[in-house]
Design a protein around this ligand. Structure first.
Ligand code: FPP
Length: 238
């Protein structure tokens, strides 16, 4: 089975650059190139949803210059690639907290979403200033406000209703989460949505991720048996 939704933790830009004696920003720049390729490959391979972790709510603790580089790369990515994404029928959505982002970035994000809102070939979800715990707290606050306002009662809150308050409302849960660079952790990415995701950890640094690496991850996914808390086909037949 092919995953409908692949989510990627694009890790290792810094190490890729350091290994080449380059500044970290060169690694992030190469990371954007890998992101472009990943979107194309995912489209060619029939992946309907691709989510990428571009900037976490914890990334603000990096040196100011690196934060500025990453903000600049997001601006560049949207300015340069939006037309091509749109032409290829890609719908762009952004998850994360936009409130404190710079004004021009907020407008760019909105522009990307509005321009591509009717596209149906593929969905690209960019997690930017995203942290899953923050997302869950924002969802809880929004439910609490509705309870206080008398719009709903605590008994109305269920799993689907909670999920609909998350940034990912309307987006299917990821089937496969890939992390590059050998690290084996979620780092506050899609904690709620990853409940039944399969994980594939690849040793390559993100800038070296290409179609071949995506195909490897898909083949690994394909060989897994997903049970969703039930029993497998073999056990069910016994
Ligand atoms: C991890 O590498 C990567 C990030 C923190 C950001 C991911 C960003 C990109 C792929 C480029 C920017 C794309 C957009 C659209 C803004 P790291 O710096 O943590 O690498 P390290 O662990 O080797 O230091």
């Amino acid at each position: 089975m092919k995953p409908a939704h692949v989510a990627i933790i694009m890790d290792g830009n810094g190490r890729w650059a350091e290994a080449r004696g380059l500044p970290r920003r060169a690694g992030h720049r190469a990371g954007v190139e890998a992101l472009r390729k990943a979107v194309r490959s995912a489209g060619e391979l029939g992946i309907n949803w691709l989510t990428v972790y571009a900037f976490s709510s914890e990334n603000w603790s990096r040196p100011r210059s690196e934060v500025n580089d990453l903000m600049g790369l997001l601006r560049l990515f949207i300015r340069r690639d939006l037309a091509e994404l749109h032409q290829n029928g890609v719908r762009v959505r952004i998850i994360g907290d936009r409130e404190n982002l710079e004004k021009d970035i907020k407008s760019l994000l909105l522009e990307a979403e509005n321009l591509t809102a009717e596209n149906t070939s593929m969905n690209l979800v960019i997690a930017f200033n995203y942290g899953a715990r923050d997302e869950i707290v924002r969802a809880a606050k929004s439910l609490f406000a509705d309870v206080q306002a008398g719009k709903i009662t605590a008994d109305d809150i269920d799993i689907d209703g909670f999920g609909n308050r998350l940034d990912t409302a309307g987006i299917p849960d990821p089937d496969l989460i890939i992390r590059t660079s050998g690290e084996q952790r979620l780092s506050n990415f899609l904690l709620w949505q990853a409940a039944y995701a399969e994980f594939v950890f690849l040793p390559c640094h993100w800038p070296d991720f290409g179609r071949c690496e995506l195909e490897t991850a898909l083949a690994t996914f394909n060989a897994r048996e997903r049970r969703f808390g039930g029993v497998g086909a073999r056990e069910a037949a016994l």
